[in-house]
Write a protein that binds this ligand. Structure first.
Ligand SMILES: [Zn+2]
Ligand SMILES: [Zn+2]
Length: 259
C-alpha cells in the first residue's frame, strides 16, 4: 500500500494544507487537498474518495476536482460517505447554489453519459470493497457524524482516525487488527486549549497521549499525526516532542510511505 500525504493540517496557510491522504494513487481518504496536492492528470486518476465527515476542511476540494475531471474521466468519481455526510453534500454543497450538481450533469467524456460524481452511502461497521481494498468504518467522537476509516489490503491495514475527541470504540476495533501498518491519528490544539478541544471533539497532545494508553497494537505500527492547527503548529510540535514517544511522527504534506 502506498500512502501519499496531500494535506495533514487542521487549517490552511501557504505551508499548511487541510486533510487528504492518497492510497495507491486512486483512492483518497478525505478531500481537503485533492486539487491543491495533485496535478490535473493525477486528479483524473483518482477513482474513489472515502469521507470521514462533512466538515469543510475534509471536503473542500471536491467541487473543484469535479470541475477539473469533467470532460476527461471515462467513468464517475465515486464518493463514499455515511448517511449524514452524504446528505450534507447533496443538500449543502452540490445543490446548484453553492456549486453545480455534478451528480446529475452528464459527463461528455463518459461513453455511457453518466455524471461526473456518484455519492455512495455506506453503513458504519459494514465492510465494503473498493478494488482489492476492503474498507470499514467506526464512528468516533466529533460534533457531527465522523467515521474512522480502516483500509485493509493483502499487505496490511491502514487506519485513519478522522477528527475525534476521546473515544473507546475506535481502540476496541484498532486493537483487534492483526496486521496494522500505520495509524493516522489526530492532534489539533495545544495543551492550554483543552476546553476548546473538548467542546469541538478534538485532542491536545496531553489528551492524545492519554488516548494512546488504550492502544495495544498486535504489530509494529507507526502513529502518524495530522490535523495540527497552523496557528499553533510550532507549539504543538514541541508538545508532541515532549511526549518522547518514538512511535509518533508529525506528518508533512507530500510525505510518502510504502507499507
Ligand atoms: Zn478537520
Ligand atoms: Zn471536523
Amino acid at each position: 500500500m502506498r500512502l501519499r500525504v496531500l494535506g495533514c493540517h487542521g487549517g490552511e496557510s501557504p505551508t499548511h494544507r487541510t486533510t487528504c491522504f492518497l492510497v495507491d494513487d486512486t483512492l483518497a481518504l478525505d478531500a481537503g487537498a485533492l486539487t491543491r496536492g495533485l496535478t490535473t492528470a493525477e486528479q483524473a486518476r483518482v477513482d474513489n474518495v472515502v469521507l470521514s465527515h462533512a466538515h469543510l476542511d475534509h471536503i473542500r476540494d471536491l467541487p473543484l476536482a469535479a470541475d477539473n475531471v469533467i470532460g476527461v474521466r471515462k467513468k464517475p468519481l465515486d464518493i463514499y460517505a455515511a448517511d449524514f455526510t452524504a446528505t450534507a453534500l447533496e443538500k449543502h454543497l452540490f445543490n446548484d447554489v453553492i456549486w453545480p450538481n455534478f451528480t446529475k450533469i452528464p459527463n461528455p467524456s463518459d461513453p455511457e453519459g453518466r455524471p461526473t460524481l456518484r455519492i455512495k452511502r455506506f453503513k458504519p461497521g459494514e465492510p465494503f470493497q473498493i478494488g482489492d481494498l476492503t474498507i470499514r468504518t467506526v464512528p468516533v467522537n466529533h460534533p457531527v457524524d465522523c467515521q474512522a476509516i480502516f483500509v485493509h489490503s493483502k499487505r496490511g491495514t491502514l487506519v485513519y482516525s478522522g477528527d475525534t475527541g476521546p473515544t473507546d470504540k475506535l481502540w476496541e476495533e484498532l486493537n483487534k487488527v492483526e496486521d496494522l501498518r500505520a495509524f493516522i491519528f489526530e492532534v489539533s490544539f495545544p495543551n492550554h486549549m483543552t476546553k476548546l478541544a473538548e467542546v469541538s471533539g478534538h485532542l491536545t497532545p496531553a489528551m492524545m497521549a492519554a488516548e494512546l494508553k488504550k492502544f495495544r497494537p498486535q504489530s509494529d505500527a507507526a502513529v502518524l499525526l495530522y490535523h495540527l492547527k497552523p496557528t499553533f503548529f510550532d507549539v504543538l510540535k514541541a508538545q508532541v516532542a515532549d511526549l518522547a514517544d518514538p512511535r509518533l511522527t508529525v506528518l508533512r504534506p507530500m510525505d510518502e510511505f510504502d507499507f
